[in-house]
Design a protein around this ligand. Structure first.
Ligand SMILES: [Zn+2]
Length: 205
């Protein structure tokens, strides 16, 4: 956990990064729950403190600014089903089936909460598919927009699913001649990579 608003030079200093918990077994949402509960409580009651600059007593409250994750964790933190679903984007309503990979309408916490509420009453597979969401308790929905406020590192983003869709969208715009050249180029690449990856790419064209 890190305070927001720190200058870049201060941001990565050990004393400015507070480790709260780490686990390979407990989920991110379980670990965040006590933190979120405390943030909500602080917001409700406020904490009296002294502002030395203005020399006055102030009431401090706190918000969660953003949460940095890798792609799979972003999906988990926003109740998203992951990149292998028709609604493959945890941020918007872009969908695979339409073949149109342009950005869709933004997802919002209010809309997701409504759909998740519906799923928690009647967990229908078609509704899960329609929205790309799966129901479970998510404390983050109460304190942040988990669809837009979870940045992902570029490398993680590219390699854990969405890279496939990006490639597909780009390949779609190539002429037949360019597609063949690309296929030759891919086949001439390092063969130590799994052959099935190449097959997937050629089948997607
Ligand atoms: Zn999107």
């Amino acid at each position: 956990m890190q305070l927001a608003g720190l200058p870049v030079s201060e941001r990565q200093l050990a004393e400015n990064i507070i480790s709260i918990s780490a686990s390979t077994d407990v989920t991110i949402l379980e670990m965040m729950k006590p933190v979120v509960d405390e943030l909500i409580e602080i917001k409700r009651i406020g904490i009296d403190a002294f502002d030395a600059y203005n020399k006055e007593v102030v009431t401090v409250t706190s918000d969660l600014g953003l949460c940095v994750c890798y792609y799979n964790m972003l999906a988990e933190a926003s109740n998203h089903k992951g990149a292998n679903t028709n609604k493959f984007c945890p941020r918007c309503h872009a969908e695979k089936a339409s073949g149109d990979f342009r950005k869709g309408l933004d997802r919002t916490p209010a809309e997701s909460s409504r759909i998740l509420q519906r799923l928690s009453v009647n967990d229908r597979k078609d509704v899960r598919q329609q929205y790309g969401l799966k129901p479970y308790q998510n404390c983050l929905l109460d304190v942040m927009n988990s669809h837009s406020d979870i940045p992902v590192g570029l490398l993680h983003w590219m390699f854990l699913g969405l890279g496939k869709h990006l490639l597909k969208a780009c390949i779609h715009d190539l002429s037949e001649d360019q597609q063949q050249k690309l296929q030759v180029l891919l086949e001439s690449m390092d063969q130590s990579l799994s052959q099935s990856n190449y097959h997937q790419i050629s089948l997607s064209i």
